[in-house]
Design a protein around this ligand. Structure first.
Ligand code: GLA
Length: 718
């Protein structure tokens, strides 16, 4: 049994991970989460003593306080002074006292209604649903926990039901809350900005509150709805680490509080600022799902655990283990300035070079000649592409390439036929002017009429054309928004927008399940597990500079599998950084993701074309190693990066040096996860090395001289 109830204790066992919950007078305590524990006898119980200034629910017992216990949910107003995880207004206050009523254990995983949820075979997953009730507030809270046989993972979400006769308003409902005992902790977050997404930030925790959040209506470039709680001594190879991630793409908040007793409360959920959800009698609300992963073997093992979970339970099944096509995208090649001949010239070159997919980016629809107009008018501009879309697709396919198309379905330009017909469909506040960003507005996906219009339009377009890939962009964040539901459909809160968006993408990706969807938001502005549940791939940054990508890909590797990440070779000087990098380095870096090209292939010299052809051929050999293999971070300093991928018999090692320095003229990297007694043959020299020597003595490389240089080494187990 994976979930066991023994007396007052619930044991939740995933593969090698355990969570223990205790029920006591209806209170639910979080006793433990971490490495497997099969028998627990309160060894770490909070000491029963009078902690001054902490409220006591029982008059005769000053030793017991909700402020000092490790709770499963945080409720304020009755003595727990830490950050709450649940806050629901009823009558004239928002104090609740949810107590255990019953529980149920079932095979399989549950869907959080209308929200991206993990999938699983019934025999792999077991779910515990605990029902709590507050009889004064007349509310029920149901917390679901799912454990997985094959993964060190637990997923969880909550439901609130209004079982009374009066209206209640949810102000906060975190998807996960973990109370952990006093210890030395570090918290790792993934922050940054546009063009430098997923920068790894490691914070030392101190007494107080650390909070990372978004109120953009998207997870955003500058923060990720995820964190890793670990210790100062934990490295990639040693030590304990626990990751939490929200399977959601809207406003979120991550709160980490070290209390006066130095214990830690970590929670993650919808951002409570700008959020309030009315529950009329009989109504219910579901939180997004959160994922918890754990490892006792260092951060790299935690990363692999997360990667595996995401490929087995989040990324749509038909794409999770399907090789991704090598693409060419015309954006940086042409921007808005193209016609059919120009596109077909690129497609022709692509086909000669062995590229597999041609992607037509922004600019093919309405009167779109720059980024000021036409969003919403998803009719092909036949004048510009000199014919119909079907004809263009047929011509591209005639060259042996698949066809992909860019969309930005959530947006509307003021200068568009759609806006002229339906100005009320843009998100707006009554009597206030619009706020623009990239000169565009956002469609109100909280309005089912808008969502249905888009469902029909996109379904029709995708049904009538042979499209293999869709790049789904979102190039601004949401403003001019309310925080209530009842504003005549035009003013809403972003959670309603998210529900509309999810219903649209669920419909389209289910109906057109052969299409590979890539999520984009000016690069990685919405690079989270919510989108990944529908869209197997993410354009992780608009920054295509190979050297900048090292940081972005490094940050991405902590939680997201490489198969979810597109990575392109672009022109030099690089359009974002103005840096000149060798074609080899650009390709070696992009080959650590799903390889693509984003430049005008016609402008390459013959020598460069030959090099691209060789890269494409080589990537077809390396592709399973990168996309299906296990990833190891071997080295990541300001000047040097080394990454290893291992799949079946083969090991790929990529090394990149930023600046040429004397101290980095030769470098030794220690490989990981090899078989000690097996022999591995280095392709370049045919030299055999034992797994043990590669891991423990390391491989010394004469690194290439010059700035921005790279090596790509392939080893095969003999
Ligand atoms: C965003 C994307 C780019 C490109 C442009 C098109 O910025 O991130 O890759 O598609 O939009 O306008």
């Amino acid at each position: 049994m994976k979930i066991i109830k023994e007396g007052p204790l619930f044991y939740l066992h995933s593969k090698n991970m355990t969570m223990i919950i205790e029920e006591h007078s209806g209170y639910l305590f979080m006793k433990y989460i971490g490495r497997q524990v099969k028998q627990y006898h309160q060894s770490n119980a909070v000491v029963m003593k009078d902690h001054a200034f902490s409220g006591n629910p029982y008059p005769e017992c000053r030793e017991f306080s909700l402020d000092t216990q490790r709770m499963l949910i945080g409720q304020h107003g009755l003595g727990d002074f830490r950050q709450p995880s649940v806050r629901i207004q009823h009558g004239n206050n928002d104090v609740t006292d949810f107590r255990y009523v019953s529980h149920e254990i079932k095979a399989g995983v549950l869907v959080s209604q209308g929200l991206p949820s993990p999938y699983s075979q019934a025999e792999d997953a077991t779910t515990l649903s605990i029902t709590l009730a507050d009889t004064v507030a007349e509310l029920e809270l149901i917390i679901h926990f799912t454990v997985y046989n094959t993964s060190d993972a637990i997923t969880t979400f909550s439901e609130v039901r209004n079982v009374g006769k009066e209206r209640a308003v949810i102000h906060q409902l975190q998807s996960v809350m973990l109370d952990l005992p006093k210890d030395d902790y570090d918290l790792i977050t993934f922050q940054g900005a546009y063009a430098r997404e997923k920068t790894v930030r490691r914070h030392t925790l101190n007494q107080g509150i650390f909070r990372v959040s978004s109120n953009r209506g998207a997870s955003g470039h500058a923060q990720t709805p995820a964190a890793i709680l670990t210790h100062p001594t934990t490295t990639d190879d040693y030590g304990e680490a626990l990751a939490i991630q929200l399977i959601y793409s809207g406003n979120f908040e991550l709160i980490c509080q070290q209390s006066q007793l130095n214990d830690v409360r970590l929670s993650l959920g919808i951002n409570h600022e700008n959020f309030s959800w009315t529950l009329e009698a009989g109504q219910q609300f579901n939180s997004p799902v959160a994922l918890i992963n754990y490892s006792s073997k260092g951060l790299n093992d935690l990363s692999q655990t997360s990667h595996e979970f995401i490929t087995q339970h989040i990324i749509p099944e038909q794409f999770a283990k399907t090789a991704r096509p090598i693409l060419v995208n015309n954006w940086e090649a042409t921007y808005f300035d193209f016609n059919r001949d120009k596109l077909l010239d690129i497609a022709e070159r692509a086909s000669e070079l062995g590229i597999e997919l041609f992607v037509l980016d922004d600019g093919w629809f309405g009167q779109r000649k720059d980024d000021n107009s036409s969003l919403g008018d998803w009719q092909v501009n036949e004048e510009k592409i000199q014919g119909t879309l079907a004809e263009l697709i047929a011509q591209v396919k005639g060259k042996g390439l698949q066809f992909g198309l860019w969309f930005e379905p959530e947006m509307i330009s003021e200068d568009s036929d759609l806006y002229r017909t339906h100005p009320e469909w843009a998100i707006q506040l009554p009597e206030r002017p619009h706020t623009y960003s990239r000169n565009q507005l956002v469609l109100n996906f909280a309005n089912p009429e808008v969502v249905n219009y888009m469902k029909k339009l996109l379904d029709d377009l995708l049904s009538r054309h042979e499209i293999d890939y869709v790049k789904w962009d979102m190039n601004r964040n949401i403003t001019n928004i309310g925080n209530g539901q009842d504003y005549a459909g035009s003013m809403m809160q972003t959670h309603q927008y998210m529900l509309g968006l999810y219903s649209l993408v669920e419909y389209l990706t289910t109906k057109h399940d052969h299409i590979l969807f890539e999520s984009c938001s000016g690069g990685g502005g919405r690079n989270d597990l919510g989108m990944m549940r529908y869209f197997p791939q993410v354009w992780s940054s608009d920054n295509t500079d190979a050297i900048s990508r090292l940081q972005i890909q490094h940050g991405s590797s902590y939680l997201h599998p490489v198969i979810s990440m597109g990575a392109h070779v672009s022109a030099v000087p690089n359009h974002q950084m103005n840096r000149i990098t060798d074609l080899k380095t650009r390709a070696d870096v992009a080959m650590m993701g799903n390889l693509g090209y984003e430049l005008d292939l016609n402008l390459l010299t013959d020598e460069e074309k030959q090099a691209v052809k060789e890269q494409v051929t080589r990537y077809k050999i390396l592709r399973p190693i990168v996309q299906f293999g296990q990833q190891y971070r071997l080295m990541h300093t300001a000047n040097e990066t080394a990454v290893q991928f291992t799949y079946e018999q083969r090991v790929l090692l990529t090394y990149v040096k930023v600046l040429s320095t004397y101290e980095d003229m030769e470098t030794t990297v220690k490989l990981k996860g090899l078989e000690e007694d097996s022999l591995y043959c280095l392709e370049e020299t045919d030299q055999l090395y034992s797994g043990a020597e590669l891991m423990y003595a390391g491989l010394t490389m004469d690194t290439p001289r010059g700035d921005f240089q790279s090596l790509q080494l392939l080893l095969t187990k003999v």
